[in-house]
Structure formats: C-alpha cells, structure tokens
Design a protein around this ligand. Structure first.
Ligand code: GDP
Length: 330
C-alpha cells in the first residue's frame, strides 16, 4: 500500500527537500497549506505537479482533525514555522500559535483518531539558546533566548508529553542551521552567496554584513531532511540533535563564497554595526553522535561544497533573470 506523508510548511526550504526525498521513496506527498497562503504554492517549483495540496487553516483544530482523518497519513512532518528567528520578536503570540499550536493540534488529532501515524516535530538548536557548554547533545539543558526558541521548546515538550502519556510514535529533530540555494535571502548564507554572484556579474559592488566573527554550525538542508525521515523509520521514537558538529565563522562564509567567483572579499565587504545582533551565542554546535550511531546518518555535503553550490545557483539565477529582463529570452 502506498504510504502517505503529510507535510506542514511544504513550501519552505525543508518542505521542498523532504518532498523530493519522499517522492523518490514512493510516498504520496500531501502538503497542508493555509487558504491565505495559496500563492506560496509557486515556491514548490518543479514539485507542484507531483505533490497534492490540501487547503486548511493550521489554527483550526476541527479542520486539521478532518484533514488527518481524511488523509490517514503514515507519517506527519510538522515543519510549519516563521523561520526567520529575529522576526519572532515582532509577533511572539503569533509565533507561539503557529509553532506550538499547530504541533498540539496535529498531535491531538492523531491521538483522538487513534491512528498509528508517526509524527516528526521540527525542533531547532534555538531551544538551547544561552548555551553553557559546547557541543550540545540530546542531554544539554534548554535555555531559549527568543520567542521563536521558546515556542519551539513548548512544541518539543508537547510532543514528548504525547509520546510519554499516549504512546504516540513522535520524534523531535533538534536541527542546527541548514542551508541550500532555496534558503531565503535574509539568512546570512544566501545573503552572501547572492552578493558574491551579483558582484561577479557587475550587478552591484558592495556587501554590508553584521558580525564577521559570528559562528554557526551550517549544514546542507538535503542532508538534514534525510535525518528526519530516518527518525520515523527507527524501531523506537527518540529525539535527535542534527548538525555537522563543525563551527564556521561568517568570515569563512564570505571568504569561501567570494573565492568561488575568483574575487578578494576584503575589497567588497563592509561591516555595518546596525546588522550586529546583541547578546548572541556563538557556541551553538551539534554533537550528532547519537544520530550517527542509531540512524546511521551523517552529513554528506561539506561546508565548501555547500557554499559553492549556492554561489553557482545564484550565478545561474541572476544570469537568467538578467537575460529575461533585457528581453534576450523573448
Ligand atoms: P540564524 O542562526 O537562524 O539566526 O540564521 P542567520 O543566517 O540569520 O544568522 C546566522 C549568523 O550570522 C548569526 O549569528 C548572525 O548574527 C550572523 N550574521 C552576521 N551578519 C549577518 C547579516 O548581515 N545578516 C544575517 N541574517 N545574519 C548575519
């Protein structure tokens, strides 16, 4: 029988890579998209013809329960979230309702319907927040520092409670930063690769950036979604920290991106104090050894390869856009 994967947040970066993975494994893939966000379907690109879309308001518990009952999913991947962390300060309550509310409603629906559906909750390294030690594992205490992290932590505990109290097969993947050519341009990786490509093509001449010494554990989104799927195929439902285990600075990123296009970054990059975030922690780095051991998972794409792929994709995109703007394509 064909397995069904239900995905919230399907139009985001992770939704795209996860859908590709699941379709390749023969799943029927259904994306839950709120009626107000139907225009985001264009972001599915080549997947639009291959996945099904179910229009439902993620804040409507009865409608979500109906969707789950009708679709009888084998697996649910709850990825929906406003992904850009700083924006959560502007709407803490909306962030909480979307992240924690959706998880709670989906878990309750699965429980009430008595389904054997396996549930993946997209958690985040932001739940560690104010870290006191590095690297972080599944045993590290949680100290979120922003509304996004707090909401993700609440969703994480809600999932744990459903697993412990009701015996649901539910897992949380505590994912570190993961990037790809589909990362939105407000994130530092994409901001940099896009700028390097644009400067190379003579479309702009400068890049303003925040703290060059900021560090993150940056992996490839395609590798991280593989871990999500593996979690739900395991014999027991457990939580996993997913990251590369390697820290790089924003300076490393800039240097790698500009060297892909043969430019010396120091000639083009300036720092802007306005872009420096206060009170940040730069020791957010994963200890993914449990996932490596139990799920036989390991990241396949190295940092330099990831940056190269993103720069090449941005070069291609900018050339295509530019050609179409000047009418050469028509
Ligand atoms: P985040 O880890 O989810 O906040 O992902 P981001 O890509 O937005 O930020 C990653 C790191 O890069 C953070 O430590 C930022 O403070 C740092 N950073 C430095 N300069 C910039 C910048 O110009 N834009 C962004 N978005 N981040 C920057």
């Amino acid at each position: 029988m064909t397995k069904t994967a239900l995905i919230t947040g399907i139009t985001g970066q992770d939704g795209y890579y996860l859908s590709h993975l699941m379709l390749g494994k023969g799943y029927r893939v259904v994306g839950l998209i709120p009626p107000t966000r139907q225009s985001s379907i264009v972001k599915l690109g080549d997947l639009a013809e291959r996945v099904e879309i179910y229009s439902v308001d993620l804040t409507d518990a009865a409608a979500l329960t109906q969707a789950v009952e009708q679709l009888q999913p084998t697996e649910i991947y709850n990825l929906a979230a406003p992904s850009f962390v700083p924006a959560s300060w502007d709407d803490p309550l909306g962030t909480l309702d979307l992240i924690t509310g959706t998880a709670t409603r989906l878990l309750s629906a699965t429980r009430q319907l008595g389904l054997a559906t396996r549930f993946y909750q997209a958690s985040s390294s932001e739940i560690f927040g104010d870290v006191q030690s590095a690297p972080q594992s599944e045993e590290t205490p949680f100290r979120p520092k922003n509304p996004y992290g707090a909401a993700k932590l609440h969703a994480h505990w809600t999932m744990v409670h459903h697993r412990d109290r009701y015996g649901l097969f539910a897992c949380s993947g505590i994912l570190y930063n993961h990037e790809s050519p589909r990362r939105p341009p407000q994130f530092v990786t994409r901001k940099i690769t896009l700028a390097a490509a644009a400067i190379k093509l003579g479309l702009r001449d400068r890049l303003s950036i925040g703290n060059l010494d900021a560090k993150r554990d940056w992996g490839f989104a395609g590798d991280h979604v593989e871990a999500m799927w593996r979690m739900l195929q395991a014999a027991t439902a457990e939580d996993y920290v997913i990251g590369t285990g390697k820290l790089h600075t924003v300076r490393d990123l800039v240097s790698a991106a500009f060297s892909c296009v043969g430019l010396d970054w120091q000639k083009y990059v300036e720092t802007d104090p306005e872009l420096v975030r206060e009170d940040e922690h730069f020791q957010l780095v994963a200890d993914p050894s449990k996932a490596m051991r139990n799920l036989n998972w390991k990241p396949q794409v190295r940092f330099e390869q990831l940056v190269e792929t993103m720069v090449q994709a941005d070069l291609k995109r900018l050339v295509a856009n530019n050609l179409s703007t000047v009418g050469i394509h028509s």
